[in-house]
Write a protein that binds this ligand. Structure first.
Ligand code: FAD
Length: 480
């Protein structure tokens, strides 16, 4: 925290939008300066994307949230919020399923060679050599960027189908600067070195770490506890309360208007606003409204949505991995979690729960499918992959998560710049934080860190929160 605060926190009346990791972290940090916040949360549970969903005593994680960070203040904060006995240290195991075979991930030399076969391995090396001689002309798109580093054959085996499942677009239509941020040190040579010397670089890159921390009852446990702590200190957390307007005047936000659980629009006067709601929604909620070109930039920001079909099966029908990437184009499922491998406290005796993850667009065919149809599809796809028999599936649940991924397309950067510029000029006491709050591919640690730094900025520091996580490689599905 800054040694000499230039602002007087006793006059602060902050409104925090969203009770996910970023919003709750901001409120928690503000209490260190004696400041209570009003936290407005649209949903009925805290934790945002990092929540734990509970149905009939089963607990699901949206994805699988590894607690791993290189940011020391975040690591310390996790342990300040949650007692050590509530953390588990979990071994990491994951594989890639492709053409009926399981490839260890991170790749291991013998396993990869055994699966590919000597002939295909030679073809891959030849294809790589060819790509070195004749690299794709256009490496500004992600496909060209990857092919230049791996050759066409390896690209098709390990990148193409999964990337297209996650993002719902052709790899060639994705900008390469996205890759340069996410997997910038990736190349065949690095992959081979890591495969031969598996201990090398461990803990440097999340995709290579062999163990991680995990709260016993899933990631939501951290945020439920954080909510309890801030409420005990005097903050209020209003659930089922969606922010609809942010009034501003003379370059500052003056009040936040939110629709409460009873449907009433309630005005909350504010000295500061910490916003983890999606930044395009924030700009569209500003009153008076920004000009048309700013609203157009807000409309230009896109998201990818996500749903999990959680199937309860006997423990013996599970698998030892935390998750398996499904590169097979014949099924729509993109990744399968075994929640029992994450924590025995998420599942019940003798049974486990497999979370089949589908990357979707809100309103598309899968998103709109009835839950029972999705459970039936998940059951069929599990059997098609040889992972378990339909008769093993005892019950199923569907969890939908809109706006799971901010999309990095060719225009997102310039759109974000337009929104930032407008906020700086017209509402300089509004602090966008977190993942969708900044339209940035932030994990929990960076989402939290932007909130921590924003609180310091309120007190007079001048951190550039937009530079947090510009060059980190470790993300939940950055792999290769
Ligand atoms: C599949 C998947 C796997 C992941 N794996 C990991 C991992 O292994 N490790 C890791 O650290 N991170 C992981 N993440 C990232 C992590 O989930 C996010 O970084 C984190 O949840 C972002 O926190 P946030 O507070 O910025 O946003 P969110 O979690 O999105 O929370 C924002 C909150 O704001 C609320 N809100 C939105 N609009 C409004 C409104 N108008 N009014 C009031 N409230 C509103 C939302 O309901 C939500 O509760 C993963 C994400 C996904 C999708």
């Amino acid at each position: 925290m800054p040694e000499h605060s230039s602002a007087d926190p006793s006059s602060f009346a902050p409104v925090v939008i969203g009770a996910g990791p970023a919003g709750l972290t901001a409120a928690y940090q503000l209490h260190k300066h004696g400041v209570s916040s009003t936290i407005l949360e649209a949903d009925k549970v805290v934790g945002g994307i990092s929540r734990t969903v509970e149905r009939d005593g089963w607990r699901f994680d949206i994805g699988g949230h590894r607690f791993f960070t290189k940011v020391k203040p975040v690591e310390e904060l996790w342990h300040e919020i949650l007692p050590d006995e509530d953390f588990l240290m979990r071994p990491r195991k994951s594989r890639i399923y492709y053409q009926g075979k399981y490839y260890d991930y991170p790749l291991k030399a013998f396993n990869a060679l055994g699966n590919l076969g000597i002939l295909e391995a030679f073809r891959c090396v030849g294809s790589y050599a060819w790509a070195r001689v004749r690299p794709p002309k256009d490496q500004n798109n992600y496909e060209g960027w990857l092919v230049a580093r791996f050759g066409w054959r390896l690209y098709r085996t390990f990148f193409e189908t999964y990337t297209e499942k996650v993002w719902g677009m052709k790899v060639a239509d994705m900008p390469a600067d996205w890759a340069a941020q996410r997997v910038k040190n990736l190349s065949l040579m690095n992959a081979i070195t890591n495969a031969i010397l598996p201990k090398r670089n461990q803990k440097d890159i999340t995709s290579l770490i062999e163990e991680f921390q995990y709260p016993k009852l899933g990631p939501g446990m951290m945020w439920e506890r954080c909510r309890d702590l801030v409420v005990a200190k005097g903050s209020t957390v209003a659930m089922n309360t969606r922010v609809e307007q942010v009034k501003h005047r003379d370059g500052k936000a003056i009040a936040v208007l939110a629709r409460d659980a009873d449907g009433h629009l309630v005005e909350h006067p504010c000295s500061h606003v910490v916003s983890s709601m999606p930044i395009p929604h924030l700009l569209k909620a500003m009153s008076p409204q920004p000009p048309a070109e700013v609203l157009a930039a807000a409309d230009g920001l896109k998201f990818r949505d996500f749903l999990t079909v959680a199937l309860v099966v006997p423990e013996a029908s599970g698998f030892p991995d935390n998750w398996i990437y499904i590169h097979d184009p014949n099924v729509e499922v993109g990744r399968i979690q075994n929640f029992g491998s994450w924590s025995p406290y998420l599942v019940k005796d003798g049974r486990t729960c497999l979370g089949l993850e589908y990357f979707v667009d809100e309103g598309d065919r899968l998103w709109n499918s009835a839950d029972e149809d999705l459970v039936a599809q998940g059951t069929r796809e599990l059997a098609a992959l040889g992972l378990s028999q339909p008769s093993d599936v005892e019950s199923g649940y569907v969890v939908r998560m809109p706006k799971a991924y901010p999309i990095y397309d060719y225009t997102y950067k310039s759109n974000v710049d337009v929104l930032r510029g407008w906020l700086a000029e017209h509402a300089s006491n509004v602090y966008p934080v977190g993942r969708n709050g900044m339209h940035k591919y932030n994990n929990q640690d960076h989402s939290m860190y932007t909130a921590m730094l924003s609180v310091e900025n309120m007190l007079g520091a001048s951190h550039d929160i937009w530079s947090v996580n510009v060059e980190e490689e470790y993300h939940e599905e950055a792999k290769g």
